[in-house]
Write a protein that binds this ligand. Structure first.
Ligand code: G
Ligand code: G
Ligand code: NA
Ligand code: MN
Length: 255
């Protein structure tokens, strides 16, 4: 209850804000989307990443409040800045299990889009691999299908860290596979990571998915991933998560 109060007050005070990290096309290096990553600009503790407040994400009420708050705040930034860019740039949003289980979610999302004049075709939804692997995923499946039917793309986040394996995904409404950064870290020096990434990329492409690698920190990793057939990339090599326009960028408290 204390956490809920503190968190709601922080949202209300404008301390919980979306940051934006570029996703680039690996061949052209064009920015194709921005992933929205929430940050808590705490006056007491400095800039906090969600790793510092994990319990928000395991509480149904707080998690769905956070998602609604972040969707609204990021759409506002998107309209002010990104939509005016020359080439079309999408907005990639992280959802939790609770959002996808919520029957009102698509309706509320639709309202937020209508209010801001953004269409579904500009939206990517990121869902962790483990969310689609869990039990009682019927409602999750239906929500993803509905989001996709309206024109959003669905990305499976942190792929390779769960136990699913791509063949289990053949029936899921998914468009993009996001290879987890743990496989990218030592990609250039560890043949085992190269084997894992190589087989994920190949199977993903054979199944018709687009592939993003996350956590790309060096040019060597970027080049190798492009050679391996990866479509897009994300990581410090291309850009860190940026503060929203109008607020001053700050370093993470943990960095
Ligand atoms: O940005 P950072 O590395 O601190 O993110 C840590 C974790 O928090 C990541 O797994 C990321 O997916 C998750 N995360 C970041 N922002 C959001 C958000 O707005 N909503 C949800 N559901 N998860 C987020
Ligand atoms: O779980 P998810 O993939 O949504 O979270 C991505 C997380 O990875 C974010 O918290 C972001 O801050 C972090 N991140 C983004 N780029 C890099 C990178 O190049 N290296 C590392 N180590 N982390 C990154
Ligand atoms: Na993500
Ligand atoms: Mn991820």
């Amino acid at each position: 209850a204390q956490l809920a109060k503190t968190f709601q007050a922080a949202c209300h005070a404008g301390e919980v804000v979306p940051y934006f990290q570029p996703l680039v096309d690996l061949a052209s290096r064009q920015v194709t989307a921005y992933e929205v990553l929430c940050r808590w600009e705490s006056p007491r503790h400095g800039l906090l990443s969600p790793a510092s407040f994990p319990s928000i994400f395991t509480d149904h009420g707080l998690a769905t409040q956070l998602t609604r708050h972040i969707i609204q705040a990021s759409l506002k930034q998107y309209v002010d800045v990104v939509a005016s860019m020359e080439s079309p740039v999408k907005l990639s949003l992280n959802l939790t299990y609770f959002d996808l289980m919520d029957r009102e979610f698509v309706f509320d999302f639709q309202s937020a889009l209508s209010d801001s004049g953004v269409d579904w075709g500009s939206i990517i939804i990121e869902v962790q691999e483990t969310v689609v692997m869990g039990e009682s995923t019927g409602q999750v499946f239906r929500t993803l299908e509905e989001l996709r039917r309206r024109g959003a793309k669905i990305a499976l986040d942190d792929f390779g860290t769960g136990y699913s394996g791509l063949r289990h995904l053949k029936n899921w409404p998914v468009d993009i596979v996001k290879i987890d950064k743990s496989f990218v870290k030592d990609l250039c020096s560890d043949y085992r990571d190269r084997a894992i990434v190589g087989s994920i990329v190949q199977l993903a492409k054979d199944l018709g998915f687009r592939v993003i690698a996350e956590g790309i920190e060096t040019e060597d990793q970027a080049r190798l991933l492009l050679e391996m057939g990866c479509d897009m990339g994300q990581g410090y090599n291309f850009g860190r998560p940026l503060a929203p326009v109008g607020s001053s960028p700050r370093a993470l408290a943990s960095e």
